[in-house]
Design a protein around this ligand. Structure first.
Ligand code: PRP
Ligand code: URA
Length: 212
């Protein structure tokens, strides 16, 4: 894959360790859900290193000092349903006040293109740093659709976080949305004929919710 200025691929050993367990077909639904949350928290720490802050005055037992705090209400999370839901708690661990919007998309099994079935975004989202989350970035169709909807809603600072990316999907989003920062924990080899990521982890929604 080409190098893109707006793409970050994590190679942190703690994240890679958790992804090894996540991929394993024998990992239980409970452990899968916990790992998705933990990996998301680690990714968020890095993806939001420039989150807006304000200076506040704090009185310690010894003196008064200036200290930075994260600006309240500055972050919104938008999971792409269903599988993106599994990442929301991982962000709330760090940003308990983050508002949550939902974008419902599923891939048509014939065309592999995303079909939209739901969109509900928090008021004022256009002024927030918006984290779009979906564990799997395969063809990139779902992510591009979600980002298009957010741009139509006026959002200007949009970041995409996916745990596993395929080169095809990462390139598609990076080229269609050069202003969007893309974070993936690992870049896999390719897509199969059904647009599943190889080696991947299978169907993220089914593994998170135990539907198969
Ligand atoms: C999966 C996944 C992404 C999408 C990625 O969802 O969670 O949303 O596929 O594929 P793409 O990059 O080719 O668009 P799916 O359509 O299976 O729906 P689900 O989460 O409801 O199972
Ligand atoms: N969606 C998934 O859940 N897994 C893939 O490999 C591709 C799309």
């Amino acid at each position: 894959m080409k190098n893109y200025d707006n793409v970050t691929i994590f190679d942190h050993p703690l994240i890679q360790h958790k992804i090894a367990i996540l991929r394993n077909e024998r990992t239980s639904t409970k452990e899968f859900r916990e790992l998705v949350e933990e990996i998301t928290t680690l990714m968020t720490y890095e993806a939001l290193r420039d989150v807006p802050t304000v200076e506040v005055e704090v009185k310690t037992p010894l003196e008064v000092c200036e200290q930075k705090m994260v600006l309240d209400n500055s972050v919104a999370v938008v999971p792409i349903l269903r599988a993106g839901l599994g990442m929301v708690n991982g962000i709330h661990t760090l940003f308990p006040s983050a508002r949550v919007g939902h974008i419902g998309l599923y891939r048509d099994e014939e065309t592999l293109e995303p079909k939209s079935y739901y969109c509900k975004l928090p008021c004022g989202i256009e002024n927030k740093l918006v984290l779009v989350v979906d564990p799997m970035l395969a063809t990139g169709g779902s992510a591009c659709d979600a980002i298009d909807s957010l741009k139509k809603a006026g959002c200007k600072d949009i970041r995409l976080m996916s745990i596993i990316g395929a080169p095809e999907g990462v390139s598609r989003v990076a080229e269609n949305h050069p202003d969007v920062k893309i974070y993936v924990s690992t870049l896999d080899r390719c897509l199969n004929d059904n647009a599943y990521i190889l080696p991947g982890l299978g169907d993220a929604g089914d593994r998170l919710f135990g539907t198969k």
